[in-house]
Ligand binder design. Sequence first.
Ligand SMILES: *[C@@H]1O[C@H](CO)[C@@H](O)[C@H](O)[C@H]1NC(C)=O
Ligand SMILES: *[C@@H]1O[C@H](CO)[C@@H](O)[C@H](O)[C@H]1NC(C)=O
Ligand SMILES: *[C@@H]1O[C@H](CO)[C@@H](O)[C@H](O)[C@H]1NC(C)=O
Length: 434
Amino acid sequence: MFLPHFLSRCLNFVRVKHLLAVLVVFLILNFFGAFTHIFEKDFYTEFQYPLDGDIPRFADQVRRGQKPEVPPITVYNHTFVHNPSHKCRDKEFSVSPRLVFLVKSAMGNFKRRNAIRATWGFEKRFSDVIVRTVFLLGVGNSQETQKLIEIEATSYGDILQADFLDTYFNNTIKTMTGLRWAVDFCPRSRYFMLVDDDFFVSTKNVLRFLRNPVYYPEYLEEADETIRQLARKLTLTEGNSSGGVDRRDIQRVLEDHPQAHSVDSRKHLWQLRQHLLSPEVAAKPPDAKETNKTPERQLLDMDLPADVRLYAGFVFNSAPHRHRSSKWYVNLEEYQWHMWPPYVSAGACILSREALFQLYFASLFTKHFRFDDIYLGIVALKTNIEPLHSEEFYFQKLTYSGPHSYRYTIASHGYDNPDELAKVWTEIKAAGHA
Ligand SMILES: *[C@@H]1O[C@H](CO)[C@@H](O)[C@H](O)[C@H]1NC(C)=O
Ligand SMILES: *[C@@H]1O[C@H](CO)[C@@H](O)[C@H](O)[C@H]1NC(C)=O
Ligand SMILES: *[C@@H]1O[C@H](CO)[C@@H](O)[C@H](O)[C@H]1NC(C)=O
């Protein structure tokens, strides 16, 4: 009697153990989204996000003030509590900023906004480039905070506040409110930068990037190299009456590179300019056609076309998070496909005017999604705008080890401490990189 009973207990135990093991494995797999993955649809062949149809066409109809064939499905029309409507105007005239920062901020972050106003968001940073800064906010329950925001909005005139609850998962509303404001109140700006209030930005590098985004920062290095070689040639042939450097070569380099990008380049450019100023060279009359080209002209020549559709930053090609502990967990009901469309990481994203307009009007025909960067990626896909990737946008903090480490950096996450931002920015600016 004793032996069989013992045996069956053992067997039962083994069975329960197996069952338990299977259950645990099942729960773990489920937690990490294994079963969700099985039911995902293929992004590359089956992506079909509402609304179906010719979105660019409907968007264009609304943009032209016509009645679209299909009524809009998503309207981000939250009422403005504060509207800096004068931002892109000078009295009754509208101005055309080169760049407008649309800074996504949270209500309570007064110190961060002040630091940004004094550093990268400072509108008078460059005497010859019009830059504007606007802070995007929602609303909250604290009367006290709201009172302070009233004062802030009156003092600085840069607060864009709309009546949606200011929470993380309302970020898409915040971003789209910013786009709508840009379309209505700053339609002549060339470029816009959507950026979080915990970022370091080098406005100087943003402007350099915009001159040649595909070859940034290599084009700066190439420019440095061209200048260096010519200066070297000049040094080697100085005092050599039979050889020497052609004056027109020097002029061409000076025209192509009106600004130095590094300390060495600055020295070399100075040397080249001195050479042109020296009497024996000045005696020869310059070629009339070539001297018409002022450095300013040359700069404009390098500019992107006015209708370029630039949607640039750090581009992700990634998959939705299906493990349930993730802050970014998404179930199949919300998003069915195994990949996200390529999208620019939300922290720092540059849009040209044409891209911003097309994205805004296409969003009216694109179902809402709560992650703002992925939403813009979806809208971009529907309106055939391809994101441009640049390694100089850091979605994590780039370790700061002196200004040189941020030489080409356009934006870096991780500056939630306003004092640190001010210190780092001041150093980088002094070194000529901000
Ligand atoms: C926003 O748009 C929706 C849909 O068109 C409309 O029902 C609502 O009244 C609008 N709200 C505001 C504040 O304009
Ligand atoms: C987003 O804002 C709306 C409007 O204020 C609010 O009703 C909604 O609860 C908010 N959503 C989240 C996720 O906070
Ligand atoms: C002067 O320049 C010519 C032509 O570039 C070169 O052949 C010659 O060696 C140079 N002379 C000196 C002294 O550098």
